[in-house]
Ligand binder design. Structure first.
Ligand SMILES: Cc1ncc(COP(=O)(O)O)c(C=O)c1O
Length: 387
């Protein structure tokens, strides 16, 4: 029987030899990993102060907050949520408990937590879903404005899990604010793109709150955060942190976040620009090879995601498995992400090669031959860039 560390090493060897294209994932820099594996992995601190021995922990916590505020140009930040899901829960329960929440349904790219029996059920809220396009994965602006004006939801949430294009924050903000509603943007997937100044800038476009994961396009430790420029929102959220959604906020994660804020302040722009260039190149190459790609009419993508356009669930599962046999890691929605490939230093030329690997896998070529070529490509991209 293997020990825990042997299994862990087997995992690391395996994923070093695969093209990691799950858009919810990323690889962390050596400095971020060092912070995660530090003494802080077992320490506590609280506000107001309760524990001794926490002076450096508190210094790191405040330092991380200041870096986040600067990077995202926000007055207030919460680094306490342990994940993007908890950041969503904190936002939903603060602004829509026993009320109404309007958002994108998971069938149209919205976060699975938006389904009526998930987060809305947990906070006793009624969920209203925006009419949306399955091709573009965006809400219909005119109809959504109508719904907002007639239903007056307490909380409106934009952003999603399958996200190719900027969401209509500017277009919906006025209607939400007319009656005093709150507009939140779920940047779980696109936080790294926002930090790098590409995609969209929700807090400048009219969102009151931005919540996110810190480990998808943003290459930090697994965790969540919330940003706002509204003092009233900050005050309300503050009341729901300690001993409601959190106790120990995992200070190794806070230290690792501080490191990734430093790295993204320095390299974020180049990194984010390259991610989007790479997804556009990957999508175009796939399309030219005859692989169906979603949203072709609109230029495929402006984010880190490229979505293969297959409808049948069994076929999607078969393709996901075939891709893995060929050394290409994706998910059941056949979303392909370019963040980790970009972190490894790949560019347009590699995207063209990867498109060919995917085509060969889909066409049913022998998995071993494709995998050999995948691994040959990977062996030239072992170093993590932008850090
Ligand atoms: C849009 C969206 N929001 C929230 C989450 C939850 O984030 P986490 O996995 O960090 O809990 C996800 C996860 O993929 C997501 O896609």
């Amino acid at each position: 029987m293997s020990t825990a560390l042997e299994i862990l090493r087997a995992h690391e060897r395996y994923r070093k030899k695969t093209l990691n294209m799950i858009p919810s994932e990323n690889i962390q820099s050596p400095r971020v990993l060092k912070a995660l594996a530090s003494d802080l992995a077992g320490r506590y601190s609280l506000r107001p102060q309760y524990y001794s021995g926490a002076m450096y922990i508190d210094e790191l916590w405040s330092y991380a907050e200041e870096l986040a505020k600067k990077l995202f140009r926000a007055e207030y930040v919460f680094l306490e949520p342990l994940s993007g899901h908890i950041a969503a829960l904190l936002t939903y329960m603060t602004f829509a408990k026993h009320g109404k929440i309007a958002c994108l349904h998971p069938d149209f790219g919205g976060y699975p937590g938006n389904a009526p029996d998930r987060l809305p059920d947990l906070i006793g809220a009624d969920a209203i879903y925006f009419p949306a396009s399955k091709d573009k994965l965006l809400p219909d602006v005119e109809k959504s404005v109508e719904i907002i004006r007639s239903e007056k939801p307490d909380l409106v949430v934009l952003g999603g899990s399958l996200i190719l294009f900027p969401h209509p924050v500017k277009e919906l903000a006025e209607a939400v604010h007319e009656y005093g509603g709150v507009l939140a943007y779920d940047a779980a997937h696109v936080l790294g793109l926002i930090a790098g100044g590409v995609f969209q800038d929700p807090l400048r476009e009219g969102a009151d709150i931005l919540f996110a994961s810190t480990h998808k396009t943003f290459p930090g430790p697994q965790g969540g955060l919330i940003l706002t420029n509204e003092e009233e929102c900050y005050r309300k959220l503050s009341k729901n942190i300690f001993h409601k959604i959190a106790d120990n906020i995992h200070f190794n994660k806070i230290a690792a976040l501080a490191v990734s804020f430093e790295e993204m302040s320095r390299y974020g722009k180049q990194y984010a620009r390259r991610i989007v260039e790479n997804s556009k190149a990957l999508a175009k190459n796939l399309d030219e090879l005859g692989v169906p790609v979603k949203a072709k009419e609109w230029g495929y993508t402006e984010s880190h995601q490229v979505i293969l356009d297959f409808q049948d669930q069994e076929e999607k599962e078969r393709l996901r498995r075939k891709l893995e046999e060929c050394g290409i890691i994706s998910d059941l929605d056949l979303r392909l992400g370019t963040a980790e490939l970009t972190r490894r230093g790949m560019g347009k030329r590699e995207m063209a090669r990867i498109a060919k690997f995917i085509k060969r896998a889909i066409e049913g070529e022998d998995s071993k031959t494709v995998k050999r070529d995948v691994q040959r490509l990977l062996s030239r991209f072992n170093k993590i860039k932008y850090c």
